[in-house]
Ligand binder design. Structure first.
Ligand SMILES: [Zn+2]
Ligand SMILES: [Zn+2]
Ligand SMILES: [Zn+2]
Length: 353
């Protein structure tokens, strides 16, 4: 996330509805990727989910025929707002969703709504298991469904502990499901021997492995020990699609985490941390996809900056008596997968579709 400044000079943050210093109304313009001040005579209006329900601070041009911002227009199902608790949880969901959409847009990845483009568009169903007990978080044909109850911190922490996850966040859910959406939209329709598909398979494995059987095995038997050497999370080891989704989610996490730190002036380049190598491997990355000119040095420098910063963030977290803010280890195989995610982001961002 970038650093934003109010017209009065005060710092603004992505979720702000007004400036804490001058009290002007403000909101985020996703196309310009800036916070703007709202004036009665200005060119911008707030999304109706902000004015009516207080759950969205995004703006749209006053001359637009739409009432909802780009992110809110993607909603197909929203929770029953007759119950006040649902509105609170929905607000947390929308905040996480807007962060995902903003990241993807700023990577240059176009995001049509399902209504605008039924084949490639994206839609969200935000449903509570209290109203529909069969709902599960997931992606199907351009529709990302999220269980509203995950926005309840206690509910999510219980799930996290039961599943043995080191981290479980709403934003992580959205990032993970966006990977499945982008895989289907950008990779599944390529021929099986397209270089991007071959690169995917070389890094993540054969995606034709029986998905249902793989997940059943994962949930019944757990992940075999030693997954840390090759995967960013235990769940990633369940199937190549889940490995991709966990890797993409992690890539977006680093993109945002690093930009936020650096835009706010935090730098930690004094630590020279090596990647954690596998036995017999050097802590460097072999060349891959030379035909697309991926800059190894640029990627590695970017990753190293994050590894330094995340170490600092963990130490700060421990000094405050909290657990590690960033409970992950990036090994060489994980870095190689992250590099492919970085490559896909570049390709999809350049394509503008
Ligand atoms: Zn101000
Ligand atoms: Zn909105
Ligand atoms: Zn998944």
């Amino acid at each position: 996330m970038q650093r934003f400044t109010c017209d009065c000079g005060n710092v603004l943050f992505f979720g702000n509805f007004h400036c804490l210093k001058c009290a002007r109304e403000v909101g985020y313009d996703p196309q310009g990727a800036v916070m703007r001040t709202l004036h009665a005579e200005g060119d911008w209006i707030r999304c109706e989910n902000g004015t009516k329900h207080g759950v969205c601070n995004w703006l749209l041009p006053k001359k637009s025929v739409e009432k909802l911002c780009q992110a809110c227009r993607m909603n197909r199902i929203i929770p029953d707002l007759n119950w006040g608790r649902n509105r609170l949880l929905w607000g947390k969901m929308e905040m996480a969703k807007r962060r995902l959409i903003d990241t993807l847009l700023r990577l240059g990845i176009a995001l049509p709504t399902k209504a605008e483009n039924s084949k490639e568009g994206l839609a969200f169903d935000i449903v509570s298991t209290l109203s529909n007990p069969t709902v599960t978080t997931g992606h199907l044909n351009g529709v990302i469904t999220v269980n509203l109850e995950e926005a309840d911190d206690t509910y999510r922490q219980i799930n996290r502990q039961q599943l043995g996850e080191s981290s479980r966040t709403l934003l992580g859910h959205f990032r993970h499901e966006s990977a499945h959406y982008l895989w289907q939209r950008c990779l599944s329709e390529l021929s099986w021997d397209d270089p991007l598909r071959l690169a995917f398979r070389a890094r993540f494995g054969d995606e034709w492995i029986d998905y249902a059987a793989a997940l059943t095995k994962h949930y019944e038997r757990g992940t075999s020990s030693g997954w840390e050497r090759s995967y960013i999370t235990a769940y990633a080891a369940s199937h190549p699609w889940e490995d991709w989704a966990e890797t993409w989610a992690h890539y977006l996490q680093i993109v945002e985490g690093l930009e936020t730190c650096e835009s706010l002036g935090i730098q930690a380049q004094f630590l020279a941390l090596p990647l954690v190598p596998l036995p017999g491997e050097a802590g460097t990355l072999p060349p891959m996809l030379p035909q697309v000119g991926l800059a190894d040095g640029e990627f590695l420098a970017w990753l190293q900056r994050w590894m330094c910063l995340s170490t600092v963030l963990n130490e700060v977290s421990h000094s405050l008596g909290e657990q590690a803010l960033y409970p992950f280890v990036i090994t060489v195989p994980v870095a190689q997968k992250l590099r492919l995610a970085h490559h896909f982001a570049k390709v999809w961002g350049a394509r503008k579709s």
